[in-house]
Design a protein around this ligand. Structure first.
Ligand SMILES: [Zn+2]
Length: 322
């Protein structure tokens, strides 16, 4: 069985039914054994000891200080994530303060066994999969939930403020006549490796690092099947027509709020016409050439934490093909 893609599976029980037990949630939020995963303006707290690989840094209940826990939940600044080895885990939004490290300094960091040296808030994407997998997934989940709350403070139906309920997994409109419920969103995007026998179609976006080529990708539109979305995106970006589409795997992609649905697609045409509004270049690459040029100086594949790399890597590793 293939292992999950990076950012999936934080290794805990989400304990979804507990979200509707406010007294249990409240008690866990005040419990000294609970774990708080801070998020500051879309960045996560990491620690690097003596120049080693970064690790996720979490806090204990001291980090909440003397603030009102009920208010923290109501604003969506605390979100129950799940349970690992009987320890409740919460996302903890500290975006309101200008200098979170100073604010969180001892005793919160000290209580969590963290010394100030080597601790910083970092963009999860910039860590590029350096974190151990379950930590990467935990930070991705915390970041995603905090982002959703920050973008849904007002009701999309009537414009009144919303309030977080169910331990941070729902926001309800505060207008008595509306009371609309809003749930955390994750927007689907398709990402596909188009192949034609022993060659694969890769493109580059002008925002990519120099030399990088990747799979094509795009958002699923309303009223569209995933297969249709794959075919449409490939046609729009390269004018290539695809026939059979096979599902591969999926990846949570909280940058900011997507799930990437990975596919292989068989090309049934071969002449590329690049849409330069979307791409800077797209071309066919032979499998053998790719195998010998992975992460070279002038050509490189997408980063190891991405499903794009997984799709390409699995195809290159398929020794049943010549
Ligand atoms: Zn409303």
């Amino acid at each position: 069985m293939r292992p999950p893609n990076y950012y999936a599976a934080p290794g805990f029980e989400r304990a979804g039914l507990r979200r509707r037990e406010p007294e249990w949630i409240r008690a866990r939020a005040l419990d000294r054994t609970s774990v708080f995963v801070p998020v500051w303006r879309s960045q996560n707290l990491v620690i690097e000891v003596d120049g080693g690989e970064p690790r996720a840094a979490s806090l204990t209940v001291e980090a909440l200080g003397d603030s009102n826990v009920d208010e923290r939940f109501e604003h969506g600044h605390l979100v129950f994530l799940g349970v690992i080895e009987e320890r409740a885990h919460f996302a903890f939004d500290v975006s309101a303060v200008e200098a979170p490290l100073e604010t969180l300094q001892s005793p919160a960091l000290a209580a969590a066994g963290i010394t100030a040296a080597g601790v910083r808030f970092a963009d999860l994407r910039q860590l590029a999969g350096c974190l151990e997998r379950s930590e990467g997934a935990l930070l991705a989940l915390a970041r995603a939930m905090v982002h959703w709350h920050s973008r849904h403070r007002f009701c999309g139906v009537c414009g009144a403020p919303t309030r977080s309920e169910e331990a941070g997994h729902m926001r309800r409109c505060t207008d008595a006549a509306c009371k609309a419920m809003h749930f955390p969103r994750t927007d689907p995007a398709v990402i596909m490796l188009v192949t034609d026998g022993d060659r694969a179609l890769l493109g580059r976006n002008k925002n990519f690092v120099p030399g990088m080529y990747s799979t094509l990708a795009g958002f699923v539109e309303p009223g569209e099947s995933l297969e249709d979305a794959v075919a449409r995106e490939v046609r729009e970006e390269t004018a290539i027509e695809v026939g059979t589409v096979h599902y591969h795997s999926s990846q949570p992609w909280p940058f900011p709020a997507n799930i990437m649905l990975g596919f292989y697609a068989d090309a049934i045409s071969s002449e590329i016409t690049v849409d330069y509004g979307e791409l800077e270049d797209a071309r066919w690459f032979e499998r053998d050439w790719l195998r010998s040029h992975i992460d070279g100086d002038s050509f490189r594949l997408p980063r190891l934490d991405s499903i794009a790399r997984r799709l390409i890597g699995d195809w290159l590793a398929d020794r049943s093909s010549p």
